[in-house]
Design a protein around this ligand. Sequence first.
Ligand SMILES: NC(=O)C1=CN([C@@H]2O[C@H](COP(=O)(O)OP(=O)(O)OC[C@H]3O[C@@H](n4cnc5c(N)ncnc54)[C@H](OP(=O)(O)O)[C@@H]3O)[C@@H](O)[C@H]2O)[C@@H](O)CC1
Ligand SMILES: [K+]
Length: 510
Amino acid sequence: MKILTAAQTRLADAYTAEQENITSLELMERAVKAFLAWFEDKFTSKTGRPVLIFCGPGNNGGDGLAIARLLHQHNYNVQVFILSTNGSYAPDFKANLNRLPEEIVRKHLQQASDFPEIPANALVLDTLFGTGLNRPLSGFITDLVQYINQSLATVIAVDMPTGLFADAPNAPEDIIIEADFTLSFELPKLAFLLPSKALYVGEWTVVPIGLSVKFISQAPSSYFYISPDVAAAILKPRPKYGHKGSFGHALLISGSYGKMGATVLSSRACLRSGVGLLTVYCPSAGYFILQTAVPEAMTVTDPKEQYTSQLPDISTYNAIGIGPGLGKASATHQLVKQLLETTKAPLVIDADALNIISEDENLKKSIPPDSILTPHPKEFERLAGIAQNDYHRLELLKEFCQEHSCYVVLKGAHTCIGTPVGTFYFNSTGNPGMATGGTGDVLTGIITALVAQHYSPLESCIVGVYLHGLAGDLVKAEIGEQALLASDMVSYLGKAFLEVQSYDHKKKKF
Ligand SMILES: NC(=O)C1=CN([C@@H]2O[C@H](COP(=O)(O)OP(=O)(O)OC[C@H]3O[C@@H](n4cnc5c(N)ncnc54)[C@H](OP(=O)(O)O)[C@@H]3O)[C@@H](O)[C@H]2O)[C@@H](O)CC1
Ligand SMILES: [K+]
């Protein structure tokens, strides 16, 4: 799924209305009906909770007025509050104001003394500003936003939380609605995918409103959201006459004394992701652990007991994963150096291998083209520098991937894949339960397996992060977030594969 800018979204609205020969008012009606379907599903009118709708002067406020009319028709207890501004009201705002049933209580807000009491059980709809926000909030509007934020009510932002820019940085001091839920139209906004914006966006959902598929597919964009169809389209069925040689031979260089668990997790994930053969190279202390815990893997050991010190023969592998539990012994540093300089097989580089690389500029320069790096934010900071904000981090990601012709899987709530051509892919699966030791090792195993099976680096990253998050979501559905373990995710990889393979492209659902 493509992510468009606010300006492109406006053009998509206009293009759709023109192509379908409908007015922008009719398109707005389509949008608010989509909102209503979502809202009714979540908050039934039978609870009697008051719905307070705060409307700005533009089309976002127009949405609010149209929603008020529909909710009133569906027996909700609705009150409307209209922001008095010096500017004028949008035509579709005015049209919806004219259509607002007289029974609905409405009030203009000019100053703080006009603010209504917001009951704790109220549902507040934020329709002050949406994608038309063109400057930070100021003056009286910030008082209103702070007043809403301080209330105990459930806040639902329509399209965008007011005050948040869809695709540009906000200053730290900006006042922004802190929504519990955001219901947005057609496509996610870039800001929804950035860690520092989670406080404002809350739980977000996108509903289709039938914007032109042609416009969206032709619109230039560097940002993509990994929806289920994308992962499903990449995953290939295993050919009937395939044998273990057809699915690649992966090498995993991993482990040090006390961290062999990382190797076990990564190996199991690799094997559960369809690789034909797996060889693990680890310190000799890991021999019995690996042979016992992962009998499907072949184990080759380093002469050193506690860490790896010598690069083994790497000439026969289709992919090499390095890093989980590796440690940073100086001999291991040499091993990493030799690997980067001599490998012909594609690399997946994680954890301590990344830390070793980030300590040596020359090693950074010798990262082979098309390598996949899987840092968490701290590891990425060591590699590429400290980011001032989320947008700056994306810039650093782009520069790093371009400079080193590599793919970086920047792990987080919406893991972001950066590519050598300057595009970004944000993951849609996963949950906070996965913020626990070992889940990164699992991801390295999955991606290494996919590369060994001859998926391209980008395909491996996209399917890898999607399956990884999906396995986490399947575990969460069974046992919740707190008890989730990385090893549980390995157990659910099979179900994750099945779910992706059962995606119905026609019905667009699993
Ligand atoms: N188009 C369509 O068909 C559809 C659109 N849809 C909906 O429309 C929304 C976009 O509507 P929009 O473009 O009218 O922008 P919106 O967010 O309401 O604000 C614009 C107003 O705010 C003002 N303003 C800006 N910043 C300000 C500030 N800091 N402080 C104060 N004022 C500020 C600016 O005026 P200015 O002062 O700049 O002259 C202008 O008056 C979109 O999010 C979605 O909800 C859906 O219904 C689907 C169909
Ligand atoms: K809004």
